[in-house]
Ligand binder design. Sequence first.
Ligand SMILES: [Zn+2]
Length: 293
Amino acid sequence: MLRYMTIIFSILLITACSNSTVIDTEKKKEKTVQDNIVISEDGKISFKIYNTAGVPEERVDIIKKEISNAYKVIHQFIKTDYTPSEKINIFLLEGNENSWGLRSEIKLYSVRNGKYPLVHEMTHTLLGYGNNFDDSKGYLTQEGLGVYMENTYGKQSYPVHKVMNYLMDKEKIIPINKLIDLTTDDFFFRPPFVEYEDVVLQWISYTHAGSFITFLIDSYGLEKFEQVYNQDQLEKKMQDIYGKQLEKIEEEWLHFIEKNEQELTSNDMMKIDHFYNMNSVIDHINVDEYQSH
Ligand SMILES: [Zn+2]
């Protein structure tokens, strides 16, 4: 019965419009769909944009250019054994939640206010993350590279060394071996978000990862970094590749941050999302329990 009614309704609808209007509408629909696809310059990957947040077409056009440019740098930035998906859906979403870069989809938030971390998420999606986007290979090199790439090629600049310096002043330092230990790393990078302190701990952890990996790349180069990116048994792997114990490299990094004394200015603080909120509870974060190596 329902189907019969639908058919009648469709016939009425079609006869109500002129034929050319129907064809025009169809063409327009098709054009919009095609318009929202970006093919990578090497023709290997098609990105399809879903404008779920309903942002203006101009913004979608900007994002399309950004996707194209980001692909050019990211896919050849380091060699990995990961082959990205040929089809990647990019969802432009309402709200300011954490964005995600998965195997064949990117969920991008903060699109309306222009604070979407596109390059960060595309770095995960194009270079691989864990074993099929799980946590089996930790978070440090992957999130650290995401922060580095967004800072270098994206629009969301984050003064990562300055914030690290600030965390050191506040004595909120988490040893790297705790951040890469597969039995404890979820606690830092994927906390349950029950309390606001969870958000702050995640921010502290991402800052450590971003600052440490930026230091590694800047001081020791990409060739070495690509050999430790997204690898199993990271601590051992790093010792093999860098010829030093993780603790030694960590010391060099903290010394570098201290020596450079890049102060986080109030201007920097204002630019960091939720800085003042996070700062107001930072003293509740007790990192002493993570200090033992
Ligand atoms: Zn990330």
